[in-house]
Every structure is written in structure tokens, then in C-alpha cells.
Design a protein around this ligand. Sequence first.
Ligand code: NAP
Length: 485
Amino acid sequence: MLCLTLTETSLEKDLLQFQKNRDLIDMAELRIDLLGSEISVDALRRFPSLCDKPVILTCRRKKDGGLFSQSERVRVNLLKRLASGNFAYCDLEDELPRGEIDLTFREKGTRIIRSFHDMTAVPGNLFTRMQKIAEQGEIPKAAVMPNSFADTARIFEAKNELQKIERKIIIGMGNYGVPTRILYKKTGSFLTFCSAPGSSPGAPGHLNTESLRKLYRSDQITDDTSIYGIIGNPVMHSASPAIHNPGYHRLGIDAVYVPFMVDSVRTFFPFAEWFGIKGFSVTVPHKQNVLPYLGNISREVKQIGSCNTVVRTKKLWKGINTDYYGFLHPIHEDLEMGHLKRALVIGAGGAARSVVWALRNFGCSVYITNRTFDKAERLAAETGSSAITLQEASRLCADEAEKYPDLIIQTTSAGMDPDIESDPLPEYKFTGEEIVYELVYKPRITRFLNRAIQSGCRIVYGYEMLYAQGIQQFKSFTGFDYPQN
Ligand code: NAP
């Protein structure tokens, strides 16, 4: 079940938020700690009767991540007075003494969720504590903060460790916790919390109702659903879930593609094997880190020394590099026709490696320039290219006509959101004759690219490469061509 946490500051606005999201959710959580202090108890009691879906009553204290700042006595009294309010569930903290409040709610047919929160870590006694709550006939809920992928993996163990508890809720907060929210059924949780699109998240790591219902289709995930994803750090900005998930949906493939924030690939590989992950994309900083774990690598991975796609075969993990082919796709014909003889590559990071090798394999002569010059020198030595300083690169077209590049590829992160004011080669004067290829796709038009557009250059956008590499990945994962419209 998808449960919308209502995050507005008045009951009227909460009701509106509920109504706007009604068709995307199964239930709602009324967080009275987020409301202004003037709300009448009668109005609070009436709220569930205005919603045609079950409502959880929650009054979260500051120390548990909420906003309720009055005394515990005031909070407990308020909760007691709301027991006649026809709430489907009431969330009470584990350390709140059992007896009076919960009995009052139970008499009215409200089920008790007993929760505990750890806003800093995943506690060592996570499962035993949930077990003890369940033994009292209550629904245990744990909201904890994973600080590493090992913590995330531990939360998924709940499904086996706590399989005898039929109704439970276990949530990993923050970016590491996002997979536990999307794949909540794989933790054994009976619901996942989410926020309304455009509103501030009800808790760290909340996704919105649209994403959970339509993009990830979390409520439809079963034991048979194939799991794919992307690993990286950071990873939440990735556009790949928005490429892969709609593809599965349109072809009727029972699969989901999830962002996994991963600090250590050493932890991720055993998890992926245990969890049955069928394939994953790899982004910064793991494109080289994954290499020792691969049993089979493609020709371009061997040459570039970097892998952005890992696919599970019967017995081993196979690595390929779709960045290489994705980069070539928009300019393949120009290269085949021999129109591109000289290229200037700005940057010497992971993406530049794929770009330079792809161009060298087509016989292009390549200049590499980079903020850190020795990295440009190393890549140039490895690929038979020439390293030039940023100053030399800026003068390329002005100084020597025979060095003038037909193609300029911007492969640095300069200009990428949020660093949108940066231009990695601000002195370069475009002639308007060159093709300018920007790898950054967010924003669509960087400051650098905007100058090229103003000069009349032919442009290749970052999203063209992103999409081309994504659809090749899709085919490697599923065996199917990406659906056209
Ligand atoms: P990376 O390995 O971390 O390399 C980063 C590169 O950017 C290095 O050359 C670095 O220079 C340079 N750089 C970073 N900040 C800079 C700044 N403020 N000014 C000048 N240079 C700067 O990252 P990567 O994997 O190569 O990715 C680089 C960019 O390509 C990212 O924006 C990524 O999103 C994009 N990308 C796009 C696609 C696509 O499909 N469109 C695919 C892959 C990557 P130093 O060596 O001096 O640090």
C-alpha cells in the first residue's frame, strides 16, 4: 500500500492534498505535528470521515524527526482526545507506556502501530526490537537511517528475519534508504510512505506519489519482478530510472529499475547476487571499481578500462560499456564518412576515456585538454593523442588553421547542475563550422553549449548520448529493443 504523508499546515490544505493524490494512494497519514496549533480537536476527529481511504494518526516529536514541540503530557492528552476519531491506525512510539492510550484507541477499532526512530543509524537490535513489539499484538514500525550500503542491505534482510510478522513497516531514510521505500514489499513492509508532488518531503528520502505509483509501480512488485538498477554515489540525480521503467511498462515486462546509492561495490556485489539483481548501470565513482568483480568483459571495457553496465549471466557478471556506443551514435555517420578528422576533448575523467578511445578507433586525431593537466597527459599517452593546456586549447582555431578541430566534445562536469555558471573553456571562440558535443545533460543547454549555439555550430546534446546508451543498456538487460513511442 502507498501511504501519503499529509504535509500541509492546515486541515483544509491537507484535505486538498489528499484529494489531489487520491487516485495514486491507498491510505494517508495525518501528521498533526505539522499543523498549526489552532486546530480544533473536533475538526481533527472529523478528518478521517472526510477521506474515503484509511487514515493513520501520527503526532511526531521533534526528537523523532517531527515538529511537535509541546510537552509530552500535552501530546498524550491530545492523542487520547482523538481516539473517537475513527482513525484506521494510530502511530504510538515504542517507549510510550502501554495501557491507557492504546486501549482507548483499540476500543474504537483503531489498530496500533508501535514505532521507533533512529535518525542517525541502523541500530544493532533492529530486528529483536520489532519482534518484541509484534509479540504484543501491535504492528511494529522502524524508521532508521542507513549510513552505508551495508546498512541498506541489512534492512532488506527483514523479509527473512521477520517473516513470521505478517504486518510490519521498516523504512530506511535518506538517500541510502530510497531502495527500501521503492522495494518496500521486498523488506516485507505492508506499506511505504510518500509525499505529494511539489510539496516538501514528509521525511528524509520520501519519494512522491507519482514516482512510486507510475514510475516505479512499487505496489505491483512481486517475488517474480526482475530487479535492475543503477549504482553510484551520488545517484539520486540519475535520469536512467526515467528511461528504463517506462520501457518495461510499455512492453509489459515485469521489472523495475531502482537507484542504489552505493559507497562500496564490495558490499553491493554479494547483495546483488543474494537479491537476484539481473543487471545494473554503473556511474561515478564506480566505473573502474566494478572491474575486479566481473567474470567477463567486452572488448571496449578492456580497452577503456571502465564499465557502465553489468549484466548477470548464468554464472557470472558481465561488464560492457554502453557510454562508448552511446557517444558514437549521434555522430556515427559523420565518422563513417570521414568528415571528422580532428577533435578536441575537454576533460580527462571517466567519460573522456570512452570518448577518446571511440574517436581514436575511428582514426580521428585527438587533442585532450583538462583543468588538471597531468591527467590529460596520461590519457593522451595511453590513447596516442596529444595533451594541450587550457590556454593552448583556447587558441586552437585562432592560431593554426591545420589544428582547427571539426568536433569539440565537452566531457567535464563544469556546467552541470548546480554548477550551471561554469564554462570549462570560456576563451574559446567558435567559428560556427565545428560540431559541438556536450555530455552534460542537466541542464539541457549549458553556458558552453549556449555560446556554441550562438555561433551557429551544429550541436549534439548530452541527452542524445544518454538516451542512446540507455536503450542499448535496456536491450542488454531485457533482450528486447526499447519501444518506440
Ligand atoms: P569524472 O570522471 O569525475 O571526471 C570529471 C571531469 O570533469 C574531470 O576531467 C575534471 O577535471 C572535470 N571537472 C570537474 N569540475 C570541473 C570544473 N569546475 N571546471 C573544469 N573541469 C572540471 O566524471 P565523468 O564520469 O567523466 O563525467 C563527467 C560529465 O559527463 C558529468 O557531467 C556526467 O554527467 C557527464 N556524462 C554524461 C553522459 C551522457 O550520457 N550524456 C555519460 C557519462 C558522463 P579534473 O581532472 O581537473 O578534476
